[in-house]
Design a protein around this ligand. Structure first.
Ligand SMILES: O=P(O)(O)OC[C@H]1O[C@H](OP(=O)(O)OP(=O)(O)O)[C@H](O)[C@@H]1O
Ligand code: HPA
Ligand SMILES: [Mg+2]
Length: 174
């Protein structure tokens, strides 16, 4: 049976980091228009907190892609389940993810969005698990670099559970 056995990052640590990233984004996009794109469902909680720490005129949109399903291993392919509502040509786009693991989700997504000719395309992730990377992908804003543990909480699930935890916990077989 799988259970949340430990806390990896507390609610306070996460909130502090989200504030820092938000302020950095605010600086970097001063006097620019910005479209923040959250990747459902995992990034939903992070995006909601992040945009409240960016004191600029931001627009938000969401995409839904899937690579994990109910397992702890990526299937290696990414399906677009819900596309953006808006055209991103000529816009500053910031993709927001909860976690980069193999990098497959983001690299596929970036390739797809680059063809739509945004003015700029940057990436932001709360968590980065570099040990599991299968494709190299440069990320502009990283919250925490974490070790190779299967984690949940703050939007991130195991079999659709635990997304509502306010902290990041480690899931282990007990
Ligand atoms: O770097 P990768 O190996 O591609 O893994 C990262 C992706 O996997 C998870 O999403 P998932 O596809 O499980 O869907 P979800 O966001 O709806 O939970 C996570 O939210 C990232 O989007
Ligand atoms: O550690 C993880 N936990 C949950 N979902 C994930 N998707 C990629 N990595 C993870
Ligand atoms: Mg996701």
């Amino acid at each position: 049976m799988f259970k949340v056995t430990k806390t990896m990052l507390s609610e306070e640590q996460i909130q502090q980091k989200v504030q820092e990233i938000g302020k950095q984004i605010e600086k970097d996009y001063k006097d620019e228009e910005l479209l923040v794109v959250g990747i459902l469902k995992g990034a939903s909680v992070f995006v909601a907190d992040l945009i409240r720490n960016i004191d600029l005129d931001v627009n938000i949109d969401f995409m839904s892609v899937s690579s994990y399903g109910n397992s702890t291993e990526s299937s290696g392919t990414v399906k677009i389940l819900k596309d953006l509502d808006v055209d991103i040509e000529g816009k500053n786009v910031l993709i927001v993810e909860d976690i980069i693991d193999s990098g497959l989700t983001l690299s596929n997504l970036v390739a797809a969005l680059e063809t739509r000719k945004p003015k700029s395309l940057k990436l932001c992730t709360l968590l980065d698990k570099p040990e599991r990377r299968k494709v190299n992908i440069p990320v502009d804003y990283v919250g925490f670099v974490i070790e190779d543990k299967f984690i949940v909480g703050y939007g991130i699930d195991y079999a659709e559970k635990y997304r509502n935890l306010p902290y990041i916990g480690i899931v282990e077989e007990v």
